[in-house]
Design a protein. Structure first.
Length: 312
């Protein structure tokens, strides 16, 4: 009897499961709906607003006044200062990201070897990350202060000429000065990401490589780097995107000066939107920056995916 009743029980269970599927589907949709709504509100709506403002006469208080077509786009592309800021932003982002990557990987390797002081060093690495960018800009502006800042004190002690002690007033050294502060702020992020990847390595593989005589640079090149290459490429991608967004440091340290030496595209967008109140112009520059960031990051994304696929 039990053998005969068992298939009937299974059929009844299957029927109940099928009947419950519509309810489960609606419950799934109900739970997913807030995420979809947030994506629409926080993602698509701003994008639609920017696109609409780019092709209309839009001010800060009165957007979408009249259709102007590509007139604003043409005026922005003809502005030498804006195109120069795009080139400046690309060079700045690539240089800062490369410096942060090299220093971050070196710091992660050093942190891996610091077994006893690892916790303390990891805590200290978090300090630049948790410090607000406005505070970072103020701190480094004080360091570069020619009237008694740390840099002026050290260079004065070494006998450097007075004109070499004010980098933020120099059209040559102002942007590298901001870049140094940017690298100091975000290199710990790279270090922590790479350090996490180092901890995830297979200890048996490392031990076997050591038994085969792999140490130092040979160990890093043949074993460590291939294992963490995907994470390193992903960290570089994150750092590259963050570098394009630099605004706080420029605003606090130089306000885009001297001249246009430190005027990045993010700062140009701020000037157009909140100083000139020209939302249409700011929208066009934003779309151009998004296009440039996409073009620059596409190869990085492709390399990241390839490295991660090879590692898997």
């Amino acid at each position: 009897m039990a053998e005969i009743a068992l298939p009937a029980v299974r059929r009844a269970t299957t029927v109940r499961s099928r009947r419950s599927l519509p309810g489960a589907a609606w419950a799934h949709r109900l739970f997913v709906a807030p995420s979809v709504l947030a994506l629409l509100v926080l993602g698509l709506y701003p994008l639609g607003f920017i696109v609409a403002a780019a092709f209309t006469d839009s001010s800060l208080g009165k957007p979408f006044q009249s259709w102007v077509g590509v007139e604003t786009v043409q005026s922005v592309l003809a502005d030498a200062d804006i195109t120069a800021s795009l080139v400046r932003s690309v060079l700045y982002a690539v240089a800062v990201s490369a410096a942060s990557l090299i220093l971050g990987v070196a710091a992660a390797l050093a942190l891996q070897g610091a077994v006893r002081s690892g916790s303390l060093v990891r805590t200290l690495l978090l300090l630049p990350l948790i410090t607000p960018p406005v505070i970072v800009g103020t701190l480094w502006k004080l360091i570069y202060n020619p009237g008694g800042g740390l840099l002026a004190t050290v260079l004065g002690f070494l006998g450097a000429p007075r004109e070499a002690i004010a980098p933020l007033s120099s059209t040559t050294w102002a942007l590298p000065g901001i870049a140094l502060a940017d690298v100091w702020e975000w290199t710990p992020l790279i270090a922590l990401l790479v350090f996490t990847a180092l901890l995830a390595q297979d200890p048996e593989t490392i031990e076997a490589a050591r038994l085969d005589g792999a140490h130092g640079w040979r160990m890093f090149r043949s074993i460590t780097l291939p294992a963490i290459s995907g994470v390193v490429a992903a960290a570089f991608f994150i750092r590259l995107v963050l570098s394009f967004k630099v605004f706080d440091l420029v605003f606090m340290m130089t306000s885009g000066g001297p001249g246009q030496a430190t005027t990045t595209t993010s700062y140009v967008i701020y000037q157009a939107a909140l100083r000139e109140f020209d939302v249409g112009k700011a929208a066009v520059i934003t779309l151009l920056l998004a296009l440039v960031v996409t073009v620059v990051t596409i190869p990085v994304v492709a390399i990241t995916r390839k490295l991660q696929a090879n590692h898997e």
